[in-house]
Design a protein around this ligand. Structure first.
Ligand SMILES: [Zn+2]
Length: 111
């Protein structure tokens, strides 16, 4: 049942631009949206696992890949306007930006 759920969730549409994407799991366990079509210029190597999910790791373009890895481009790299639809990690990063901004604001207004 778990494998079936993973297979269904690995292929998806971007909620913002409706492009086809696939969800991969990074080494840190975070979900990462990749463009559906493999891209030789991408910086992510991903492989389709037996349970139907995709496992991703960062890989500099040009690095030789080991089968069955394929090279993908992160979706947000080619479609920045989709960034607000990122997963939890992206939302955390955005929250940190707000915190940094508030710190700056306080410094300016307390000195
Ligand atoms: Zn998109």
């Amino acid at each position: 049942m778990t494998a079936r759920r993973a297979r269904q969730s690995a292929y998806s549409e971007c909620p913002t631009c409706l492009d086809r994407i696939l969800w991969a799991i990074t080494a840190k366990g975070a979900r990462q949206a990749l463009n559906y079509q493999p891209d030789p210029a991408g910086n992510v190597a991903a492989r389709h696992e037996a349970n139907g999910g995709w496992r991703a790791r960062s890989s500099p373009p040009g690095e030789p890949l080991v089968f069955p890895d394929k090279r993908f481009m992160p979706h947000w790299a080619t479609s920045p306007r989709c960034a607000p639809a990122r997963d939890g990690d992206g939302q955390r990063a955005a929250a940190q930006d707000v915190v940094a901004y508030l710190d700056e604001y306080r410094k300016e207004h307390t000195s």
